[in-house]
Design a protein around this ligand. Structure first.
Ligand SMILES: [Zn+2]
Ligand SMILES: [Zn+2]
Length: 54
């Protein structure tokens, strides 16, 4: 019996290093909606598993 792990998806999220706004989806949001800063190496970038039910 195969596991249904294909429904899970890893998304890259980030927190703004300037104002701490987040988490934000890096694929959808590259600029902080709060302060307008573009995501940079100082930002906290992490990966998170999300289920794709939509
Ligand atoms: Zn910000
Ligand atoms: Zn930054």
């Amino acid at each position: 019996m195969p596991k249904e792990s294909s429904s899970a998806k890893v998304v890259t999220i980030w927190f703004c290093c300037n104002c701490g706004e987040g988490p934000q989806n890096l694929r959808l949001v590259a600029h902080c909606p709060s302060c307008g800063l573009h995501v940079c190496q100082s930002c906290t970038i992490t990966k998170e598993k999300r289920s794709t039910r939509r």
